[in-house]
Ligand binder design. Structure first.
Ligand code: UD1
Length: 419
């Protein structure tokens, strides 16, 4: 267990290259299970969640090698179709392997996934999608025993909600199924487009990624390829906010500004000046931020729930009252009591938080409640008076590569200590 110790009040400035996307690399690594041969995936962030995914791949019989930011997966021999409970519990995204394993070996045994404690996070939509494709699913003491003895068969899948993970699972299971699958009310996140671009590069035939309707023509086999994952849009948002809350001047390299279409307007509303040039984004912050009228989390292209906690910190130190509505996960306000310990003025009612901005926050001992909530507390520490200790860095390490070093390169005074 370790903690981040932040000596607040330094102006965040400078330029860094932003990591590859956590939410892209996980499904793409799972997708390599479908490939007969060796896939080479570049721009993989070095995260505990990536390491967890590699463990699962190895457990399934794949040979995996990491070379710098590239991960090489040889899936010629997939010898197991079961993910042990201990690995499933490490992270929720392990459920993504369900579609990939079923596509490859037509059977799978998985248990209920773990992950951040940000809500109930059921997997009914994943199960529905698999059943639509002809998979029999039986429950056996907390395990899901799945089989499709006659292979998976393409069908129409209509989601009641555009779940990111369920859309990915449906794509993974159907890309090598017999016939055509249509996904209606599919998630439209950039990470879905990234997964489909990888699968298409392997010879898959997927149309409409990024739209609400995705059509997949099943292929008998996928061929190996080399692929580079997109930049992490939530890490971008986090570093931009680090600049915003400290009156700073931050430049981010290796980004895809189009993926930040819902992030840039509220930053501008807060008074930040944003300059976009090719793959770079530069933010210059005013001396004091303005309030943001309302942030409402929604599926893409709406405002992302993953950026909600970092933006909560931003409005905590803005001039005036801001409102945040969390529509995606019911328990994603766990950072708020910790921010209040640092002097934030926040009232909560169910899924709504009303934040009266204060002139300054004060350093305190706080506990990271989940991945993005933990990042929000580090951001609070950067602009607070005095020393902030954020415990439970293991959550933050799930999503931010080299967090303290990147922040230090941007002039922050942050260090990791064992606790
Ligand atoms: C993914 C992202 C996560 C992000 C979220 C929403 C990864 C690894 N994680 O998570 O960072 O916060 O998208 O953008 O990519 N739901 C159901 N039944 C299901 C599945 C989901 O009711 O079977 C509900 C969830 O409880 C939640 C909502 O749908 O309320 C959104 O979940 P989903 O889009 O599936 O998120 P994840 O794929 O888990």
């Amino acid at each position: 267990m370790s903690a981040f110790v932040i000596n607040g009040g330094r102006r965040i400035s400078g330029s860094i290259r932003v990591q590859g996307s956590k939410n892209s690399v996980l499904p793409i690594l799972a997708a390599t299970v479908l490939v007969n041969g060796t896939s080479v995936i570049h721009n993989c962030p070095d995260l505990s969640d990536t390491a967890g995914t590699v463990k699962i791949l190895k457990n399934l019989g794949c040979k995996v090698l990491r070379e710098g930011n590239s991960i090489i997966v040889d899936s010629t021999n997939v010898t197991s179709s079961e993910i042990p409970e201990s690995l499933m519990r490490e992270m929720r995204s392990s459920v993504i392997f369900l579609g990939a394993i079923l596509g490859r070996v037509k059977s799978a045994v998985v248990s209920t996934p773990g992950g951040c404690e940000i809500g109930l996070r059921p997997i009914d939509l994943h199960i529905y999608a698999m059943k639509q494709l002809g998979v029999d699913i039986a429950e056996d003491y907390g395990k899901l025993v799945c089989s499709a003895p006659n292979g998976l068969v393409g069908k129409k899948i209509t989601f009641s909600f555009p779940s990111v993970g369920a859309t990915e699972n449906a794509i993974l299971a159907s890309v090598t199924a017999k016939g055509t699958t249509t996904i209606v009310n599919a998630a439209r996140e950039p990470e879905i487009i990234d997964l489909c671009a990888f699968l298409n590069k392997c010879g898959g035939e997927i149309y409409g990624a990024g739209e609400s309707v995705i059509t997949i023509k099943g292929k008998e086999r996928l061929n190996p390829c080399e692929y580079s994952v997109i930049c992490d849009r939530i890490a971008c948002a986090t570093y931009l906010i680090a600049g915003a809350v400290t009156g700073g001047d931050v430049n981010l390299e290796n980004t895809n500004p189009v993926h930040l279409n819902a992030i840039i307007p509220p930053l501008e509303e807060a008074g930040c000046h944003i300059n976009v040039r090719c793959k770079e984004i530069r933010l210059k912050a005013p001396r004091r931020l303005n309030r943001i009228d309302k942030i409402i989390t929604q599926p893409y292209p709406g405002f992302p729930t993953d950026a909600q906690a970092p933006f909560t910190t931003l409005v905590c130190v803005a001039k005036g009252t801001s409102v945040i509505v969390e529509n995606i996960f019911e328990s994603r306000f766990k950072h708020i009591p910790e921010l209040v310990r640092m002097g934030a003025k926040i009232r909560m009612e169910g899924r709504v938080a009303v934040i009266d901005g204060v002139e300054r926050l004060y350093g305190a001992e706080v506990v990271s409640p989940d991945l993005r909530g933990g990042a929000a507390l580090v951001l609070a520490g950067l602009c607070a008076d005095g020393i902030t200790t954020v415990r439970n860095t293991r959550f933050i390490d799930r999503g931010y590569e080299d967090f303290e070093n990147n922040l230090s390169m941007l002039n922050a005074d942050v260090r990791r200590k064992a606790n």
